[in-house]
Every structure is written in C-alpha cells, then in structure tokens.
Design a protein around this ligand. Structure first.
Ligand SMILES: [Mn+2]
Length: 357
C-alpha cells in the first residue's frame, strides 16, 4: 500500500508539506487545487506547481481529490459534452505530470454533509457529527449557512460560495433527475472518460455518499454495495473504480464493510480509512481511527483489504481536532498522524502474521 495524507496546499491548509513529511512511513500527499471550480481545466503548469511544492519535501503527489464534476454532467444537460471535454483534458494534463489517481463524487447539490463541524467531546477534542433529526428540521439552503458558519474561515470543498449563490437554479437543474437518471448520467460520463483513463493510466475512484442515505430528497447513488456494483459493472474496467471511504459507507450500520471489500475489492482504487461511532438512528460522529474508539472494526477492514490484495493509495480520513490546533474541520494534523501510524501497525501485524501461517 502507498501511505498518503490529504493536503490542501500551501495557501489552503493549516499544515505544511514538511509537517506531513515528518510522519513516519509516509509516501506522499493526495492533493488538490482549491481555486478550481467544477468544470475548469486543470492546466499542466498549475499541477506541476502543486507537484513541486510536494516533491521538494522528498514525498510524492499520489493523487488528486477531488476533480469535481460540473453539475451539467450530473444533471445531464445539453452543456455536458463541453464539460466532459474539459474533464478529459484535465485527465490528460494530470497524466502528463505523472499523476495517476483521481477521486471524485457524483452527488447532486450536496457532497458531504454534517450538522456539527466542531462537536466538543468529553475530553475536549472536537469532531464532526451528523444528526438526521437536525436535517429534518432544515431547509436545504440552511445547510450552506450551517457549514460556512462553522468552517473557521477555511473554504470547504463542495460548499463554495459560488454554489450557494446558484442554489435555486441548481435545484431547478436537477428537476426530474431520479436515481435512475443519475446512474444513466454517470454511465454517459464514464463511457466517455474511461477510454482516456485506460490510455493514460489514470485510475478513477468514486467517493461514496456521506452520509450514505438520501438527504433533502435529492437522489444518491453511491450509498451501498448494490450501488457500487451497479457503477463498476456499467463500464467494466479497472480504471472505473471506487474510493472506499469506510467512514462514509460505514455510517450506515447496514453496510457491512468487510463484505463490501470482498465483493468489489478488485475495483477499489483508493481507500479513506475512518471510524465513526453510531449514536442513534441516523446519528453518528467521527472518532479517532482505532476500533476501540468507534463502531467499526478497523482491524477487520484492514485485514479484508490485505486479503483482496489492495496495493493502492490509502490515507487516514477525518480526524478529531486536538491540542488546541486551528485546522480545517476533520483535517487537523495530530489525530490523522496518529491514525496513519495505527493503520501501519495493523498492516504490519496482519501481513507478518499471515506470513507465519
Ligand atoms: Mn472520505
């Protein structure tokens, strides 16, 4: 496995590439260009600048998350071909810079959602929390206000002000887009980009819904095993793969993470390793990565990844905010650094035990 860490770049993160370099066993960074809007072409010079800012610390740019998908593609409007052309150009430009992994999501209007970004745990640490009861008493537009009021001034992916300003026209754009239509629009997109991914050796990993159920009545098509199977079979190529986010999928107790890994293991192109604690019906919070801290069996998840032969990029997903750090919600340094060390410990223990069998 390649051990990665998400980083928002020199301008957009509270931590530096050098902080990440100091984490034991790290291979590199999963990076982004924060100034890019969905539909923009990522130019070679911009990608190269990001790459240089990472490689000067003797670590690699392991992939990008996310190259966001323009709403015209997701809603299937007449403008989609133009934006797919742009996406293809971005794939080619990333490949030209020797970047071969793209994480993306195909969610209308809302990407990820939480109802508290800075929930204070008993021990004083801060975590993200989701409570469906809060969402049920909210208008969709209020979600933007909630997220931006708790973002500590950081620009949070998927919650850009440009999107908020267009909220009503976005809702109109998605009128009539059912789950089946959204699947069809994803298929149309994949049928065009995957041949280019095969040619340029760029692997795609679709990120699951977070939370993995419908919110505000908008369709969601990456919420469980049957969705993931439908997506991987609609264009049957290893380049059409999944970002296995254990904390996103795992927030629904009906999602058996070990079973999912075994069923779609050959199509997992990227792993987000995160634990969550179930607090009630459709209510959960993000926790430290250890099995003892949440509801998921992280040992069993790592064991399953090893069993299916996963050898791609894996990174600790959201951590708590600790020890007074001021950081993007979920993306502080300390909890994720402890998380990746725990992940490496699980990996070493399981692979050495397997070797002795
Ligand atoms: Mn994730």
């Amino acid at each position: 496995m390649k051990w990665g860490f998400r980083w928002y770049g020199e301008q957009g993160d509270s931590i530096t590439a050098n902080d990440i370099r100091q984490i034991p066993g790290i291979n590199g960074i999963v990076g982004t260009l924060l100034n890019k809007l969905p539909g923009d072409v990522w130019e070679v010079a911009e990608i190269q600048e990001l790459k240089d800012s990472i490689e000067k610390e003797k670590i690699e740019l392991l992939g990008i998350e996310s190259v966001a998908i323009h709403d015209a593609i997701k809603a299937g409007t007449s403008e989609r071909d133009h934006y797919i052309d742009n996406y293809i150009q971005t794939i080619r430009n990333l490949a030209a810079c020797d970047v071969h992994l793209i994480c993306y999501s195909f969610k209308p209007i809302f990407g990820w959602a939480k109802t508290t970004l800075n929930y204070e745990n008993e021990d004083g640490s801060l975590a993200l929390l989701y409570d469906q009861a809060v969402v049920d008493n909210m208008e969709p537009g209020d979600m933007y206000k909630l997220i931006s009021s708790q973002s500590k001034g950081f620009q949070l992916s998927g919650w850009e002000e440009e999107r908020l300003n267009k909220f009503n026209s976005l809702v109109e754009m998605y009128e009539g887009v059912t789950e089946d239509v959204l699947f069809e629009n994803l298929k149309y997109f994949l049928e065009r980009i995957i041949p280019v991914c095969e040619e340029t050796d760029v692997k795609m990993g679709i990120h699951p819904d977070d939370p993995p159920w419908e919110i505000f009545g908008f369709p969601r098509i990456t919420k469980n095993l049957s969705d993931l199977k439908r997506i991987t079979s609609m264009v049957d190529s290893p380049y059409n793969g999944i970002t296995l986010c254990t904390g996103a999928l795992g927030a629904d107790p009906n999602n058996d993470m070990v079973k999912i890994i075994h069923e779609v293991g050959d199509r997992i192109n990227f792993v987000h390793f995160r634990n969550v604690e179930f607090l009630g019906e459709r209510k959960f919070k993000e926790t430290a990565h250890l099995s003892t801290e949440g509801s998921l069996d992280m040992y069993a998840i790592m064991e399953a990844l090893i069993e299916v032969g996963f050898d791609g990029v894996i990174r600790p997903d959201h951590g708590r905010t600790l020890w007074g750090e001021v950081a993007r919600p979920g993306y502080g340094l300390y909890d994720r650094a402890m998380g990746i060390t725990y992940m490496q410990g699980l990996h070493e223990a399981i692979t050495k035990a397997n070797a002795r069998k």
